[in-house]
Design a protein around this ligand. Sequence first.
Ligand code: GDP
Ligand code: GDP
Length: 435
Amino acid sequence: MSNIVAIVGRPNVGKSTLFNRLLERREAIVDSTAGVTRDRHYGKSDWNGVDFTVIDTGGYDVGTDDIFEQEIRKQVQLAVDEATSIIFMVNVEEGLTDTDQEIFELLRKSNKPVYLVVNKVDSSKEELPATEFYQLGVEKYFTLSSATGSGTGELLDQVVSDFPTTDYKDPFEGLPKITIGGRPNVGKSTLTNALLDVERNIVTDIAGTTRDSIQTLYNKFGHEFVLVDTAGMRRKSKVNEDLEFYSVMRSIRSIEYSDVVIIMVDATLGWESQDMNIFGLAQKNRKGIVILVNKWDLVEKETNTMRDFEAAIKHKIGQFNDVPILFVSALTKQRILKAVEVAMQVYEDRKKKIKTSKLNEVMLPIFEGTPPPAIKGKYIKIKYCVQLPTPSPQFVFFCNLPQYVKEPYKRFTENQLRKEFGFTGVPIEVYFRQK
Ligand code: GDP
Ligand code: GDP
C-alpha cells in the first residue's frame, strides 16, 4: 500500500520545483521504460527506504495569481481525498496572503496531517521573515529552498515518520485485485453492476478496508477476485470529474493497490490521451493490463471494424502492445465473463515464475543464434539468466559486457520472452548485468 504525499499551494510558490526535486533521484529508474512519457504531476519517490507517491496538485493551474476560489477548492479537495499527507506550501517572498489563509482553513478541517512549508528560504536571511507564517496558528513550520533542496531532509523525515503504520491486515490477502479504470462515462459503473448481476454470489462489500478504498469480493465459475474501487470513484465525487487531471488522480490509488487494471475505452470515442495516461500509470507500476472497448453495441460493424480498431489502439499505446483487447458491452453484458477470464489469465501470467533451468534452456540457444551485435570488435556473450522473485516479471541476463547491450537487443530479448513463455498484458523488465 502506497502512501501519497500531495503538494498544495498557490501558483508560483514552488510546488513543481519541489515535486521535480523529490522525483529526481527516482526518475532514471521509474521512467526507464521506453515509450512512457513522464507524468508531470505524479511520480514515485522514497526517503530513508520508505517509498511514497507524490502528487503536484497544482499541475493544471496556469501560473497566474489570478486563481479562482473554485480552482483552489478543487485542488484542496483532491488532496484531502487522495493523500496520506499534505504539504502546504507558501512563499516567503510574497509573505502570507488571504488565499494562503483560505487554503489553510480548508486543509485544517481534514483529518490528514498537514505540513506548513515556507519555500524560497534560500539563505538564513529569509528565516526571520518566515516567522510571519506563525500567524496561521501553527506550532511548527518547515523552511525550505526547493531550488537548492535545503530543508527537504528535515521535512521528509517528519512526513515519512508520520505515515500510518501498516498493522492493517488485508482480509483478501493473496486474491487477485482488479481495478476498472477509464474516463468518466465510459461504463465503469455499468460494468461493476453487470458483474454484480452475473455474479450473484457476491460475498462482501467492506468499506474502509484500505483507507477509503472499497473492495468487493467476487466469486464465479471458480474465479475469485477482488474489485478495488476508491471511495472517490464510486461515490462520483462532486469534484470536477470532467477534468482529466482529477479523474486520473482518482485512479492512482486503486491502480497502485491492484494486480490488474482493466482499462475501459469508449468505442464511440476511441483511444484518447486520457486513456494513455491510465495505461502509462498501470505500466509504470508494472500492473497487468486488459483493454476493454466498451459500448461495442453502438458501433456499426463492417468486416474489419474490430481488427482496425485493435490495430489503431496497438499503434497508439506504443512499444508495449502485447495487451489483450476485447470488444464488450457492459450494457448488454456481451463478453463480460470473457473479460473476467482474460483478466484472471493476466493475473496468473504476472505472477508466473519460470524455472531457472527452463529459462536457460530456452533463452541461451536463442542468444547463440542471434547474439547482440559486436561493438568495436568486442563480442557479447550472455552466460545465464534468472527471473527475480518480484511481484511482476523481471529478468536478469548475465554477460561479459552489459554496457554494450543496447535498447533494440533488450526489446528483442523481451519479445523472445513473451513469445516463449506468454506474458500477454504483463509489463516485464529485462536487465543485463556483468558476470
Ligand atoms: P508552482 O507554480 O507552485 O509549481 O511553482 P514553480 O515550482 O513553478 O516555481 C515558481 C517560480 O519560483 C520558478 O521561477 C522557480 O524557479 C521559483 N522557485 C521555486 N522554488 C524556489 C526556491 O526555493 N527559491 C527561489 N528563490 N525560487 C524558487
Ligand atoms: P462511468 O462514469 O464510467 O461509471 O460510466 P457509467 O457506467 O455511469 O456509464 C455512462 C453511460 O454509458 C450510462 O448512460 C450507461 O448506461 C452507458 N453505457 C455504459 N456501458 C454501455 C454499453 O456497453 N453500451 C451502451 N450503449 N451504453 C453503455
